[in-house]
Design a protein around this ligand. Structure first.
Ligand SMILES: [Zn+2]
Length: 76
């Protein structure tokens, strides 16, 4: 059985689906029985989603900046 410390260490690998079947099962079994880790994984997923959304916004902003400078170049 995994302990909570190992759960924290494997959270990223679990999310990225880098664990094998056996490791995933052990991870999920601990998750079913441990409220602390359920909360931890929930927060972990939320922070990843927020990070990804932020990156997407940055990407959009970069494209817009590129387009604006392209337009400026054409107006010269
Ligand atoms: Zn736990």
């Amino acid at each position: 059985m995994l302990n909570c410390k190992e759960m924290c260490e494997k959270a990223s690998a679990f999310h990225d689906e880098e664990l094998n079947f056996y490791q995933r099962m052990r991870f999920k079994i601990h998750l079913l029985t441990c409220g602390n880790c359920q909360q931890f994984i929930k927060n972990f997923k939320l922070s990843i989603a927020m990070y990804q959304r932020k990156n997407e916004e940055e990407a959009k902003k970069n494209v817009t900046d590129e387009k604006i400078s392209m337009i400026k170049d054409k107006l010269k």
